[in-house]
Design a protein. Structure first.
Length: 341
């Protein structure tokens, strides 16, 4: 029985990953550690909290005593590091918090995994450290082209810079110690349980509450959108079949402008939920500092080497997402401290 240590597992992608694993595997154990900051929510995992193969421990990846306890008491096979501060606007306001978690927390986690797995003959077989990263470490694209795994790192915000720093440390542990690692870099995720400070859940929630929908600048910034369960499947493919030391880009092949995203959500809600929701709610606001114009990922490597490709097209995924938030408005209302109020 393999044991997964999932960090940040009460967050959006981490909680979806845990539920995906428990749904598709019977012979695993999952230990979820999360600091439970504003974006970590155990309600995301209510349906599996009593699962015999799942255990939650509250703690901080920056805390060496906490991690020592986890690794000493459990035989960890896979570390999947979702734990991160991830909101660009918050990183502009307080960069130090992002450096603390995304850089120092990552190296602390690496050190404990290394100590646990390393022997005089090298690393134990069957171990893997997976760093969950972002396409934002590559910077911004022009009108054409795609980010590849060998694209130079050119982060433009404190958030993306801290993630790039964490990635470089993970790669250094492979290059220096031959530690078994992989790095995955995904495009923008969307789906159930995403904290409503990010674009899609923010717009959905504000539509339901008839509040204005702020769009940065001209709204023509482009992102590639990936449905969260497709991302979870890609991560598991990397754990099971990825070549040690390799980076894998995970993209959804769904490039959309922010303006198109907002209008798509309005249109569906107007036609299917509330006819009073219209584009009159849109308001354009001053652009974000250092706002990258376009992200787009080339996922050819993971497709050809591991056989993964996204299964959920955006038109299907956005409807599933809107319906989930419509049916779970109480989940949103229960959250505290979000920037969506």
């Amino acid at each position: 029985m393999k044991t997964y240590l999932v960090t940040g597992g009460a967050g959006f992608i981490g909680s979806n990953f845990i539920k995906y694993l428990l749904k598709t595997h019977e012979d695993i154990t999952i230990i979820n550690i999360d600091k439970l900051t504003y974006a970590g929510n155990l309600q995301n995992l209510k349906e599996v909290e009593h699962h015999p193969n799942y255990k939650f421990e509250q703690g901080d990846i920056c805390d060496p005593l906490f991690l020592s306890k986890i690794f000493n008491e459990n035989e960890i096979d896979y570390v999947v590091n979702f734990a991160a501060e991830s909101h660009v606007d918050r990183s502009i306001e307080n960069p130090m918090v992002f450096v603390q978690t995304n850089v120092l927390g990552t190296v602390n986690l690496l050190n404990h995994a290394k100590t646990s797995w390393e022997t005089l003959e090298g690393f134990q077989t069957g171990k893997r450290f997976i760093q969950i990263s972002t396409d934002e470490v590559y910077g911004s694209l022009g009108d054409t082209g795609y980010f590849r795994e060998d694209s130079p790192l050119d982060p433009h915000s404190p958030y993306s810079s801290s993630k790039a720093s964490g990635d470089l440390l993970v790669k250094a542990y492979y290059d220096t110690y031959k530690m078994p690692i992989n790095i995955t870099r995904c495009s923008n995720n969307y789906g159930p349980y995403q904290f409503p400070e990010k674009l899609i859940p923010l717009v959905i929630d504000r539509c339901f509450r008839k509040k204005t929908l702020p769009i940065y600048g001209d709204g023509l910034n482009i992102r590639d959108w990936l449905y969260v369960e497709d991302h979870c499947k890609a991560i598991e493919a990397v754990i099971q079949k990825g070549k040690q030391g390799e980076i894998y880009n995970i993209g959804g092949n769904n490039e959309k402008t922010n303006r198109d995203i907002v209008k798509t959500i309005i249109d569906y809600i107007h036609k299917n939920i509330d006819p009073s929701v219209t584009e009159d709610l849109i308001t354009y606001v001053a652009d974000r500092k250092g706002h990258d114009r376009r992200y787009a990922i080339d996922p050819s490597k993971i497709r050809y080497e591991l056989g993964w490709e996204p299964e959920t097209n955006f038109e299907e995924g956005i409807i599933k997402t809107i319906q989930w938030y419509f049916e779970n408005q109480g989940w949103v209302k229960a959250l505290q401290g979000g920037s969506y109020a």
